[in-house]
Design a protein around this ligand. Structure first.
Ligand code: NAD
Length: 356
């Protein structure tokens, strides 16, 4: 089935209002989740609603928390989300970084104890729309999912990295990926009948490679998925290099921010993010920047494609998908739509009434 982005986000908003969120927060949850679906990252879209509701009810994430600026300096700050929704803390932290970088040229913002902040490219896009270069290192405290290079045992979260680079008179470059071979949400989507995983994305305790979500979630019964039930792990991407980047994400986003690293031991689930914002004009390179960027990107795009392939800039696939899904609606596999219907039902909300 397909549903328009506006109607889908209105339905998600109404679910979270019924679950106890104030309307502006519920609206942000709906809007940012659907924004991820629009870019094609369904793993970070409305497939998460059930889990957010579980977290909210269990007190893992708290409605109505105001992010607190714990350390405040002209060009850096530490923001504590106090386990409030990432859709509330994310924009506050990013807008603070934008304001400080505009004022002082460069800013570093450490965000800790945030509920799930979703697709990190969203934040790089927000900074790029304000004309800023940005780099983001992210981790998830309490979420051991990924085996380091050379191991079969979980030591990392899926620890994403993102960077944004505004391009004068054109669309920005937005690089945004998990440092695991696949994001956990992609395993979630695959386990619910969505896109299958690439071969070897997961690893069993005996070292056998796998593409079966059971490796992560254990036996797939009902709609709930518990990533602690599977015996295996997701693999880090890029061999020793990707594994090393994941380690840096854990240290920068988990240790330096005080948010907490993925493990060891039981930890409260939250996102940490260390972000760097740069105002291009502050470096005094404006005279060459625009021309050099344009010339380089044209040169990049002119690289002869492999047979059957296309040379794309990071951010292009998401923009194309967004245009398509805004026009045609967000496609949802029936099992995902079923989880959304089930989330509305206890509140007397009929998801089907929101369909076009
Ligand atoms: P992915 O493997 O789909 O890679 C996406 C990146 O690669 C984008 O920058 C995209 O523009 C670029 N890209 C894709 N195809 C390309 C091509 N053919 N040529 C050039 N560039 C191309 O992403 P992923 O690792 O599956 O991550 C999915 C999402 O999960 C990300 O948005 C990430 O931020 C998010 N995530 C969030 C958390 C969290 O805790 N909040 C944790 C993990 C991942």
């Amino acid at each position: 089935m397909r549903i328009s982005a506006d109607r889908l986000s209105a339905y998600v908003r109404d679910i979270f209002v019924r679950e106890g969120c104030a309307e502006p927060e519920a609206e942000r949850i709906g809007r940012f989740l659907v924004a991820a679906n629009l870019t094609g990252h369904d793993s970070h879209g409305v497939v998460r609603v059930t889990r957010y509701v579980e977290w909210l009810r269990a007190g893992e994430v708290e409605a109505g928390r105001t992010p607190e600026i714990v350390t405040d300096a002209p060009n850096f700050a530490l923001v504590d989300a106090h386990y409030g929704f990432g859709q509330t803390a994310g924009p506050v932290a990013v807008d603070l970084g934008i304001a400080k970088a505009r004022e002082n040229g460069v800013a570093i913002i450490a965000l800790r104890h945030a509920g799930h902040i979703g697709r990190i490219g969203e934040w790089a896009e927000r900074a790029a729309a304000a004309g800023l270069v940005s780099v983001h290192f992210v981790n998830v405290a309490g979420s051991l999912l990924v085996a380091p290079f050379g191991s079969v045992e979980r030591r990392f979260s899926t620890a994403p990295f993102a960077a944004g680079f505004p391009v004068p008179d054109s669309e920005p470059i937005i690089l945004d990926f998990a440092t695991s071979l696949v994001a956990e949400g992609k395993v979630l989507v695959a386990s619910r009948g969505g896109k299958p995983l690439p071969e070897g994305a997961l690893i069993e305790p005996d070292g056998r490679l796998s593409a079966d979500p059971v490796t992560l979630f254990g036996p797939l019964e009902g709609v709930e998925r518990d990533n602690q039930r599977g015996a295996g792990a997701i693999r880090a991407f890029g061999e020793h290099k990707g594994s090393g980047l994941a380690l840096m994400c854990e240290l920068l986003a988990g240790a330096l921010t005080g948010s907490g690293t993925a493990g060891p031991g039981q930890r409260r689930i939250c996102n940490g993010m260390l972000s760097i914002y740069v105002t291009p004009a502050a470096l005094g390179t404006e005279d060459v920047l625009a021309a050099e960027t344009r010339a380089y990107l044209d040169f990049f795009k002119s690289a002869k494609p492999m047979p059957g392939a296309e040379v794309l800039l990071p951010g292009e696939p998401e923009r194309r998908m967004r245009a398509e899904r805004l026009a045609e609606g967000v496609p949802l596999p029936e099992p995902v739509w079923e989880t959304l219907l089930a989330a509305g039902r206890p509140h007397g909300l009929d998801g089907n009434a929101y369909r076009d």
